[in-house]
Design a protein around this ligand. Sequence first.
Ligand code: SF4
Length: 311
Amino acid sequence: MGNHKRITRQMGVRALGAFSGGLDSMIAAKVLLDQSIEVEVVSFSSPFFGSDSGRTGAMQLGIPWREIDFSETIMSLLRNPPSGFGNNCNPCIDCHAGMFRKLGETASAEGFDLIFSGEVAGQRPMSQNRGSLNRVARLSGFREILLRPLSAKLLPPTDPEKRGLVDRSRLLRLSGRSRKPQILIAEEHGFQYKAPGGGCLLTDPNYCSRLKMLMEIPGLLTETNARMIRFGRIFRLSKDTIGLVGRSEEDNAKLEELALKGGEITWALPDRPGPTGVLIGNRDNLEKLKSLVAKRVKPCILTLLPKDCKI
Ligand code: SF4
């Protein structure tokens, strides 16, 4: 009878989660679903990470899913990360705090009782040690309602736990870098999930070295440019200019598509197969770019150049 009362009371509790579709976020959602809490989830997208695996994971759990475009926030954090960067170009503490702020604002506007994430205490050296979890919660502005179901028993109780909306005794006490406990839970429930990590370009050393080149030049760190530098060979043409030269058909197609999306100039020299070149920065370096794409220039796309530019 007592148990029945508890379950009935929790039927109306609503939780909104940050959800990558990775192992930890799947289990965090499942832990709450097992308490008959109504769970909805959000996946964030930007030039550096996408929401596809979040959508797939939510479908697997049968829970409502939505995407929030996080591009503007993450671009501004790259320009000025108050808590600094991790090992590469990843401003994880401020990024997490920004995501939870957006989550909290959405939750408040839509009457959710709590927000949650799949963070695990001690899993990542910079962003998920205990001090960082506290800092993220404080910076988000929604500390009181931010629940981490996987490590909750190791953390101070949140408001929803204190109010009995969430049964703390049924939350987990996971910590550290090993994912064995999560893998066991996933196997038990038959979850399909992607290998942990690797979902964010900002943690990729190769991409980060390209991004740093862009960040060093005032005015060049834009969303489109951040997407473009994923493709082709990259050259520092001068102190204020970067050149990209396609290495494959796919590179060429992506570079052309992105340059066009950015409202830039494009044209092709007829019947001459070869790489696509993109100039990001000062048009005075056009000759240098042309010499790179050299004898076999076909399409040449120039960014940040006026419409009347001629090759
Ligand atoms: S890994 Fe990327 S998406 Fe995740 S918190 Fe860090 S910067 Fe943000």
